[in-house]
Design a protein around this ligand. Structure first.
Ligand SMILES: Cc1ncc(C[n+]2csc(CCOP(=O)(O)OP(=O)(O)O)c2C)c(N)n1
Length: 290
């Protein structure tokens, strides 16, 4: 039986006291324990940002990669070994600015990745510039008179792009978030969990107080049907006195990208013999990784 201790990291965190990322880190560990997934059977890919330091703070197979490229690396990992469970964890800047194209394509290709976005609606690591999910009028060092562009709605975009699992979590609701991560891990395809994550240093307008008063759970909402795609899209527009969290949309599972790639029919690439290469090519590869 796994426990959260099996995922304990050794590095000291640089996150601020009260950062929403602690809740996300704990929820990931809890979900892995609940689903009996040991550290070597899950690959967590992150980009660049405060939140992307997460694999340093837990025992897991992790890869802290380039800004905006977490999903590209994760897609490569799934193609190399589609028996490995793969998760991306990255900020709203990483996911929806620099990484926006990868987001749309991962959703439409249906690569089996759990895509958890630490959505604090700001660039944290670079000290508080406005992000694609910052609201209009947000004053920051890069928008001193207020942001003039309208924010993206990641949930609506994911549904539109063809994602079959679209959810919103909140780092202040640890057990609920762990449940969402578990559901996404079991979902056979791409799954987005946009996660409300208070940044206590650079975005005080969205602190725990703000969310605690407003969030409610969709699964407790009488009559809400997450299999109704149009209804789910409509629900993604709700943001105000009430903010929904939970599974917005869960569609019929569609074939994943990796299930359909002809070269993978014979099994994961990591298990396929290298016989199609000439001996000198194999030697060259061996020398590169030796
Ligand atoms: C290619 C590239 N462009 C820009 C940057 C600068 N940069 C580093 S982190 C970051 C955004 C951080 O915000 P977010 O992804 O939301 O993560 P957070 O720090 O809030 O967790 C930016 C723009 C970079 N490192 N590399």
């Amino acid at each position: 039986m796994l426990t959260r201790k099996d995922f304990a990291g050794r590095e000291r965190s640089t996150w601020c006291r009260g950062c929403g990322n602690f809740g996300i880190l704990n929820a990931i560990k809890l979900a892995l324990v609940e689903h009996d997934i040991p550290p070597h059977e899950i690959f967590i890919v992150t980009g660049i940002g405060c939140g992307s330091k997460l694999p340093h703070y837990m025992k897991v197979t992790g890869y802290h990669t380039l800004h905006g490229r977490a999903l590209a690396i994760a897609t490569g990992a799934r193609l190399a070994n589609h028996r490995l469970r793969v998760m991306t964890v990255h900020g709203d800047g990483d996911a929806y600015a620099e990484g926006m194209a990868h987001f749309i394509h991962a959703a439409r290709r249906n690569v089996r990745i759990v895509d958890l976005v630490q959505d604090n609606r700001i660039y944290g690591l670079t000290r508080g510039q406005y992000s694609p999910t910052s609201e209009r009028g947000k004053r920051t060092p890069t928008s001193p008179e207020g942001a003039i562009d309208r924010p993206v709605n990641p949930l609506a975009l994911a549904i539109t792009a063809g994602a079959t699992f679209v959810a919103r979590g909140y780092s202040g609701e640890l057990k609920h978030l762990a449940w969402l991560i578990g559901e996404a891990l079991e979902h056979p395809g791409y799954g987005l969990i946009d996660t409300l994550q208070p940044c206590v240093t650079w975005n005080r307008s969205y602190a725990y107080d703000f969310y605690n008063k407003r969030v409610y759970k969709l699964e407790e909402e009488p009559g809400y049907d997450p299999t109704d795609r149009a209804g789910a899209w409509e629900k993604t527009q709700e943001w105000g006195e009430r903010i929904p969290i939970g599974i917005f949309y869960r569609g019929e599972p569609a074939p994943t990208y990796e299930e359909q790639v002809p070269a993978l029919r014979a099994g994961p690439l990591v298990e396929q013999p290298l016989e199609r290469l000439r001996p000198d090519q194999i030697e060259k590869l061996r020398a590169e990784i030796a």
